[in-house]
Design a protein around this ligand. Structure first.
Ligand SMILES: Nc1ncnc2c1ncn2[C@@H]1O[C@H](COP(=O)(O)OP(=O)(O)OP(=O)(O)O)[C@@H](O)[C@H]1O
Ligand SMILES: O=P(O)(O)OC[C@H]1O[C@H](OP(=O)(O)OP(=O)(O)O)[C@H](O)[C@@H]1O
Length: 356
């Protein structure tokens, strides 16, 4: 059989979403800003813009650049690759950033995580060809070691892969504390040539079984693995997008203030997605029955209406509970109005975090 390798890649943004960002900025406000904010380009890009559009009233990408402007001139935003953002933030080149939790760990960056943004939810897994009988990576390492065969694993996550492999009992048994060899186009490091981690530049699922024996890769829906006849043998970690900050910047009074402005609006937007704001009218005789059935965030506001014996209820309920409330509300309430809140700001909790 002759194998022929073709380059792969895909456009992430639709033409519609790209045109939404096109904007000509009148002058350079970036250098005057109080904080520098790095946001991810790539897989996390659309979800990041969508959350930012709920957090600020103006979010525009400057035409043909990676500069983004907000309606707050004190925040200079730049789009960068998520793999580089943790290091840029820990080095103080950016004060605050958004990246996947997986890359904070992979780069071992000393940054302060401020907020789980709850999108970009993935699992980093070990996967092998469907036809292989191994039930775990540990079993696979033992089998290859016994047969004196080189075990090749492809991954973009070199540090995470190396640490994870070294934790396996069979690895310790056969190779002790030797580091698995890391193979890149530029250099090979690590003493143990029998277990190799090959740096992947993407299309990782294409590589087994001919180029590598296993992969450590990101999965979201599982479709790519399935379509490439691969099965998951274990989950290494789970990750979502996080807001992170430089630790020194958090000690600077002016920057800290601005960083907590960012935390406040973004946290409000994350919370806002989980709730519905409802307004409804109820007759006095049904009031207590209704109040006892409302899964409110706080106590609902109850106001008397101009029609005697009627009340207006104003409250916020978890989105996930809303459909369960419909049968009851339908019977005892009138005039239900439902809004999706842009932000829900738990100001007292944010203040507590800021003071700590
Ligand atoms: N479906 C996904 N695939 C890959 N990474 C994802 C996905 N969803 C969220 N992420 C997160 O995005 C970050 C990696 O972003 P990146 O844009 O480089 O992904 P990628 O798919 O490898 O990119 P590209 O194909 O553009 O090289 C990681 O923090 C990862 O956890
Ligand atoms: O579980 P799924 O929903 O199928 O998604 C996971 C796939 O998506 C990403 O790949 P991408 O398409 O970005 O290509 P890449 O491998 O070149 O990064 C990721 O690296 C996985 O391959």
């Amino acid at each position: 059989m002759l194998y022929f390798a073709l380059p792969v890649g895909k456009m992430r943004l639709s033409a519609k979403s790209q045109s939404r960002f096109v904007y000509r900025m009148p002058n350079d406000t970036q250098s005057m800003a109080k904080v520098k904010f790095a946001i991810p380009k790539g897989s996390l890009e659309e979800a990041t813009f969508s959350l930012m559009e709920k957090s600020w009233t103006k979010v525009k990408r400057k035409s043909r650049t990676y500069i983004v402007t907000l309606d707050d001139p004190d925040i200079a935003v730049k789009m960068l690759r998520p793999q580089e953002i943790p290091t840029f933030v820990s080095d103080g080149l950016y004060d605050v950033g958004i990246t996947g939790k997986d890359w904070i760990g992979e780069t071992k960056s000393d940054v302060q995580p401020l907020l789980d943004l709850e999108y970009g939810r993935i699992r980093l897994v070990i996967a092998i060809p469907d036809s292989y009988k191994f039930k775990s990576l540990d079993e696979m390492i033992a089998s290859y070691a016994k047969q004196k065969k080189i075990l090749r694993i492809s991954s973009e996550y070199l540090t995470t892969a190396s640490k994870y492999i070294k934790q396996q009992n069979s690895y310790k048994k056969y190779f002790g504390s030797k580091d698995p060899q890391i193979v890149t186009p530029w250099l090979r490091i690590g003493a143990n040539k029998s277990v190799q981690i090959h740096l992947s530049f993407g299309a990782t699922e294409a590589k087994p079984p001919d180029a590598v024996d296993a992969i450590m890769d990101v999965t979201e829906t599982g479709t790519t693995l399935e379509q490439n006849q691969l099965k998951i043998v274990e989950t290494v970690l789970e990750s979502t997008a996080h807001l992170i900050a430089n630790k020194k910047a958090l000690k600077d009074k002016e920057k800290r203030e601005k960083i907590y402005d960012i935390v406040t609006v973004m946290r409000g937007a994350v919370q806002g997605r989980k709730f519905l704001h409802i307004y409804l009218n109820v007759e006095e005789k049904n009031l207590s029955k209704l109040l006892s059935s409302l899964p409110s965030l706080k106590n609902p506001t109850v106001s008397p209406l101009s029609a005697k014996g009627w009340y207006g209820i104003n409250t916020v309920v978890p989105k996930s509970e809303f459909h369960k409330m419909i049968p009851k509300l339908r019977k005892i309430a009138q005039g239900l109005v439902v809004h999706e809140p842009r932000q829900i700001l738990e100001l007292e909790e944010i203040k507590r975090d800021e003071e700590n």
